[in-house]
Design a protein around this ligand. Structure first.
Ligand code: DQQ
Length: 577
């Protein structure tokens, strides 16, 4: 609960809570701290050199949640929440892009727009489900009344199933298929999941809020995918605040393959996007389709939950890719600049690089890794091997442009004796720990890692690093952190440190890091994808050719770069931009 409590302690979070209670939380998509931006916009903010190069985004305007990803007749489809009229949230439709490889994207016309009574005031998030005869179905939330967000669930089918691009969708006259019942909170009832089938019934979840605090995954069942009946009890609930964008899927207990949502797994993952903190949390547990209950493996899990990403990543959605038999995770990263800046840029929001996800052999957590197709964008590699970085030293990785790069590095620490004692006050709160032990605070074993998007004189730098502590029971605790506090000289930016603990055995001294650097995003994967952190940064001088890459060691113990490879990344087709 640590991170949540911290967020609630902040004054802007109290405002967020009040807005949520007023049913308007969906319009608050960034920390309000950034709203204090000056009226004049720094030239670098609107520079094309800060517009991401290989992360998903439309040519302009606002985007938020990924919706209904699926594979159909040779194409990956991605729908997303989009404002066709501007760079702030509003006028929401399901925009639509298609891809052969999840990296190069072609924009099509929006697929779902307000045009029936039960979605006339907005088409909010949802999912797709592949029916037994190969027909994809979209389930989504419609807003059917002005002023109050009265939320209902709708369905749509392709007009022409032989069109691999699924350009047109029809909404049957029997919509909506689920409406709030008496006693349910009609303004907190949204984001249907991909449905799964077992023993004669389809099931889907809808996110909700009961009373003031209970987040709920309402369970609906249907025999024909048309008439849906709510089960007496929800699949799961917890006292965490509203659950947006639930996602529920089976996982294999070994190997990296995924399962179709209707295949039964020994273990399941339930993810919720917590409106109170704007982070995505998940638990790993079991599901019984006769009792219709999901039970998290770790009973504490609902309150000390794992996060897909310990940075800026929200409203995510997974889908099963039947071609490569993998489960893929997509998530939204908003801007960390101000609304004024977004309007000046004419765009806001990106999606994280699609990540393959699977269950860690420990069974305790998921592991995530950028889809292999991303590697097609890699240019000529630059490598460094067996290079020692003495305490307090750093070195630059030269020979490539690093403002759009993929960097993989394996570190080895010389010994763990110098590790600092972990203050028990921070043992459950990585974010706070990173806040007090940022990249510039000298340590024992670490901080060591990368300075990315750094200026030549190091006036600007974003640090992605590890720091090793001695835990209470003699075990070592590894912290992974992104520290953007020195990322920009521009005013009016939200620059939080983000952090997560890494569940890895550091006794060998070895740990790896991969950072995807893309102009105004740094997306990092620690220890092979056990802990991930996405951060948005807006340098003012470390842009374009002014961006440099360094390895640094700010600890007492020597570290070695066993191997570092960095690639300049090419620009893919990105929706015609
Ligand atoms: N965004 C959508 C909602 C969802 C929220 C509206 C999460 O359906 O709950 O744009 O960001």
């Amino acid at each position: 609960m640590g991170a949540q409590l911290w967020v609630l302690a902040a004054p802007w979070a109290m405002l967020l809570l009040l807005l949520q209670l007023a049913g308007a939380s969906h319009v608050v998509h960034r920390s309000l701290e950034a709203e204090a931006a000056p009226a004049s916009v720094p030239a670098s903010i609107v520079s094309p050199l800060l517009r991401t190069g290989y992360h998903f985004q439309p040519p302009m305007n606002w985007i938020n949640d990924p919706n209904g990803p699926l594979y159909y007749k040779g194409w990956y489809h991605l729908f997303y929440q989009y404002n066709p009229k501007g760079a702030v949230w509003g006028n929401i439709v399901w925009a639509h892009s298609v891809s052969r490889d999840l990296i190069n994207w072609i924009a099509l016309e929006p697929a779902i727009k307000p045009d029936i009574p039960s979605d006339q005031y907005g088409c909010w998030s949802g999912s797709t489900t592949m029916l037994a005869d190969g027909t994809p179905a979209i389930l989504y939330t419609g807003i059917d009344r002005p002023n109050i967000n009265y939320q209902v669930q709708n369905i749509a089918f392709p007009k022409n199933k032989s069109d691999p691009l699924l350009r047109e969708w029809v909404k049957p006259g029997y919509n909506p298929i689920a409406s709030p019942e008496p006693g349910m909170n009609a303004t907190q009832f949204r984001d249907p999941t991909t449905a799964w089938y077992a023993d004669g019934h389809w099931r889907m979840l809808v996110g909700g809020l009961k009373g003031d605090r209970r987040g709920v995954a309402y369970l609906y069942r249907s025999r024909d995918f048309k008439t849906w009946v709510r089960a007496k009890h929800p699949l799961h609930s917890a006292l965490t605040g509203m659950w947006e964008c639930p996602d529920f899927f089976p996982v294999q207990v070994s190997g990296q393959n995924g399962l179709d949502t209707s295949e039964s797994g020994t273990k399941y993952v339930l993810k919720n996007s917590l409106d109170l903190t704007r982070y995505d949390y998940y638990t790993v547990g079991t599901y019984d389709n006769t009792t219709e209950r999901y039970v998290p493996g770790n009973p504490d899990g609902d309150y000390h939950r794992l996060r897909y990403d310990y940075g800026n990543f929200y409203a995510s959605k997974t889908f099963f890719d039947p071609v490569k038999r993998r489960r893929i995770l997509l998530g939204w990263a908003n801007e960390s600049d101000s609304v004024t800046y977004d309007k000046a840029k004419g765009w806001a929001g990106i999606h994280a690089i699609p990540r393959k996800i699977w269950l860690d052999p420990s069974g305790k957590q998921l592991v995530q890794w950028p889809v292999e197709e991303l590697e097609k964008l890699r240019g000529k590699p630059v490598s460094v091997s067996h290079k020692v970085v003495a305490p307090g030293e750093h070195f630059e990785v030269t020979g490539l442009g690093t403002y759009q790069a993929d960097v993989e590095v394996s570190f080895e620490v010389s010994g763990l004796e110098k590790a600092e004692e972990l203050d028990p006050a921070y043992a459950q709160d990585a974010e706070k720990l990173c806040g007090v032990k940022g990249a510039d605070v000298r340590g024992g074993v670490g901080p060591f890692g990368l300075w990315v998007l750094a200026s030549a004189g190091l006036e600007e730098k974003t640090a992605v690093f590890f720091r090793v502590f001695k835990g209470g029971s003699g075990q070592h605790v590894v912290l992974m952190c992104t520290d953007p506090t020195k990322s920009s000289l521009s005013p009016g930016l939200y620059k939080p440190t983000f952090a997560g603990f890494v569940d890895t055995d550091i006794s060998s001294g070895k740990i790896s890091l991969r950072s995807l650097v893309d102009r105004s995003v740094v997306e990092s994967f620690g220890a092979g994808g056990k802990t991930c952190i996405l951060s948005r940064v807006y340098p003012s001088i470390a842009i374009g050719k002014g961006a440099h890459l360094y390895v640094f060691n700010n600890g007492e113990a020597e570290i070695k770069v066993s191997q570092l490879t960095a690639w300049e990344m090419k620009k893919p087709l990105m929706n015609g931009a």
